[in-house]
Design a binder for this molecule. Structure first.
Ligand code: 3HC
Length: 286
């Protein structure tokens, strides 16, 4: 199956960048969100981002114009997904909300449409049975910032057809990404399992009062050669996301070790969710 039209549901941290990426690669793209403010912000970001690429001579004006012409931010989900060959869901990490959305997408989309989730942790077999097309429901996991990071994890759950996997891998390649295929479903896939190990230890060291976020980030960047420290990365990906993911895992396993760390809970309650709100472990200009 040849994918030409993509709908991204959710214009947040990940969704708006996935949409711009797809439009830059020549797909026809719609991006929708229940929040008009998020859509406005995403649309303004696309204008600024593409203008900046032209200014930096990384993109021609013609390519920027074409990208904007093939990218629509639309408030109604019915319109957004009506012609999609592939829907990429990038909404909040709550299983019940995702299941409701996928049941709705199943009714709204053409029969051939592949429904992919960008979930960071939730495997698609927990969602696929909310639809009548489980063979066309899979994980397609991008990394933050999606315009920059090359990796996409594609997960072949037992319900997913080979045709779906091939189409999604090809779409990722066309987007300029490097897809990797997981042959088994596993919570957190590859990268987030590895990331979580570093992050948990960093939060533990902070909660124990061993060192500041700045010192731990400096240690990880200079001692391990990572481009960013764990606290800078938490601010980038969102402390709210870390909180919701931790709570989902805790609900699933009941293991207190899976609960979000006290620091993450405190920051979540205070609304200090990271870069997108101007404050997390660090302060940012808005
Ligand atoms: N959005 C779009 N583009 C961005 C960006 C952003 N938020 N931040 C940086 N860029 C672009 C810049 O425009 C620049 O592009 P150019 O070289 O083509 O002009 C390029 O990235 C480099 O930017 P900078 O020189 O400003 O900054 P750095 O060299 O420090 O790179 C970074 C910034 C790419 C974010 C780098 O620090 C990095 O790779 N950090 C690690 C990110 C990471 O680990 N991501 C994975 C997170 S885990 C995850 O996503 C899991 C998921 O489930 C949530």
């Amino acid at each position: 199956m040849d994918i030409t039209t993509i709908a991204v549901v959710g214009a947040g941290n990940m969704g708006h960048q996935i949409a711009i990426c797809a439009a830059l690669a020549g797909f026809r793209v719609t991006c929708t969100d229940t929040s008009a403010a998020m859509l406005d912000k995403a649309s303004a970001f696309a204008d600024t981002y593409l203008a900046e690429r032209v200014r930096k001579e990384k993109l021609t004006q013609q390519a920027a114009d074409q990208t904007l012409a093939s990218l629509a931010f639309v408030p109604t989900i019915e319109t957004a997904v009506a012609d999609a060959d592939l829907v990429i869901e990038a909404i909040i990490e709550k299983l019940d909300i995702k299941r409701t959305l996928f049941a709705q997408l199943d009714k709204l989309c053409p029969a051939h449409t592949i429904l992919a989730t960008n979930s960071s942790y939730i495997v698609s077999s927990n969602i696929a049975d909310a639809t009548a097309r489980p063979d066309k429901v899979c994980n397609m996991h991008f990394f933050n910032p999606a315009l920059v990071m090359k990796l996409v994890e594609v997960v072949k759950g037992p319900h997913v057809s080979d045709e779906t996997v091939d189409a999604v891998m090809n779409a990722a390649r066309k987007m300029g990404k490097t897809p990797v295929l997981l042959h088994k479903e596993i919570y957190g896939f590859l990268v987030n399992r590895l990331l979580q190990a570093t992050r948990q230890e960093a939060l533990k060291l902070l909660d124990m009062g061993v060192a500041s976020p700045e010192a731990i980030d400096t240690a990880v960047m200079n001692g391990l050669g990572y481009p960013m420290g764990p606290f800078q990365l938490l601010d980038l990906t969102g402390i709210d996301l870390a909180y919701h993911v931790g709570m989902e895992k805790y609900r699933e396993t009941g293991d207190p070790a899976d609960r979000p760390s006290p620091t993450v809970v405190e920051k979540f309650i205070k609304g200090e969710w990271g870069k997108k709100v101007g404050k997390g472990f660090y302060d940012y200009e808005q």
